[in-house]
Design a protein around this ligand. Structure first.
Ligand code: CP
Ligand code: NVA
Length: 300
């Protein structure tokens, strides 16, 4: 039997993704009511983090616990991964003992290899290319706040990075109108853009993207692993801060979204992120509920 992984949104059919989002809303309400629901009793999720994390770490840890299971925190430095054990071997060994593996690392192809050799589901907790768990939570957030996302104008203003790539995948699957604005040279990778051709528009003008948008999204200008480029990036992204004047071009009731962590005064102004249009803390909380729905689907 083939194992169901979640490395990008494309690993699941749109009907399954939509069911997961509905289920996330249900699980959220169950949790709020204090109901005990433990379909993953005695199940284990190995979590491999070779990059920092607050939301992903806490949401998977708490999510597994609430579903009756447990997690193992594995850092490459404390395991033989850091000493060069082949990922093919690591994958077969870990997956022989646990029920699922969540990994956050730089190389997406390494995660694909991990999945290829794994006998249990592998979940992408962020790579340099994609962040599909974030999009599950974001689609849940939009559903809760706005109902259907179908046909909405979503503006991505900033770096053409991993989260932007997952937004492109989401635009194709969930059928919304994505307008990306990046500085020249910071557009999404061509290979990933090609996969989503016809499902987004791109320019180097944040105002064009923001104009009459229903949702304005941004992310850090220097992702994990790009710290050395920070100064150059700060200069390149001048004019791309989502501030009140840029938000003012969007629809009056437009939402502001950001996966967090956010850098105030850089990609977003204090006023916008703390303003009443900001959905950032709901997005963060929904990581828990959306991933519980995902864990239930993949592991139960
Ligand atoms: N949004 C997100 O993935 O946050 P963390 O890096 O804190 O996990
Ligand atoms: N683009 C960011 C997202 C962090 C959740 C990064 O990769 O660092």
């Amino acid at each position: 039997m083939t194992v169901q992984h979640f490395l990008t949104l494309d690993d699941l059919a749109i009907s399954t993704l939509e069911n997961l989002i509905d289920r996330a809303v249900e699980l959220k309400s169950l949790t709020r009511r204090g109901a005990i629901f433990e379909p993953l009793k005695n199940k284990s999720l190995a979590m491999i983090f070779s990059k920092s994390s607050t939301r992903t770490r806490v949401s998977f840890e708490v999510g597994m616990r609430q579903l009756g299971g447990g997690t193992l925190n594995l850092s490459p430095n404390d395991t033989q991964i850091g000493r060069g054990e082949p990922i093919e071997d690591t994958s077969r060994v870990i997956s022989s003992m646990v029920d699922g593996i969540m990994i956050r690392t730089d190389s997406h192809s390494m995660v694909q290899k991990l999945a290829e050799y794994s006998s249990v589901p592998v979940i992408n907790g962020l790579t340099d290319d994609f962040h599909p768990c974030q999009l599950l939570a974001d689609m849940q957030t939009l559903k809760e706040l706005r109902g259907s996302i179908h046909g909405a104008k979503v503006a991505w203003i900033g770096d053409g990075n991993n989260v932007c790539n997952s937004f492109m995948n989401a635009a194709r699957l969930f059928n919304f109108d994505l307008h990306i604005a990046t500085p020249a040279g910071y557009e999404p990778k061509e290979r990933i853009a090609k996969l989503n051709a016809g499902h987004f528009q791109i320019s180097n003008d944040p105002k064009v993207a923001a104009e009459k948008a229903d949702v304005v999204v941004t992310d850090t200008w220097a992702s994990m692993g790009q710290e050395a480029e920070k100064e150059v990036r700060l200069a390149a992204f001048d004019g791309f801060c989502v501030d009140s004047s840029l938000m003012g071009l969007a629809r009056k009731d437009a939402l502001f979204m950001h996966c967090l962590p956010a850098y105030r005064g850089m990609e977003v102004s204090e006023t916008v992120i703390e303003g009443k249009q900001s959905a950032v803390f709901l997005e963060a909380e929904n990581r828990l509920h959306a991933q519980k729905a995902l864990l239930e689907h993949l592991l139960a």
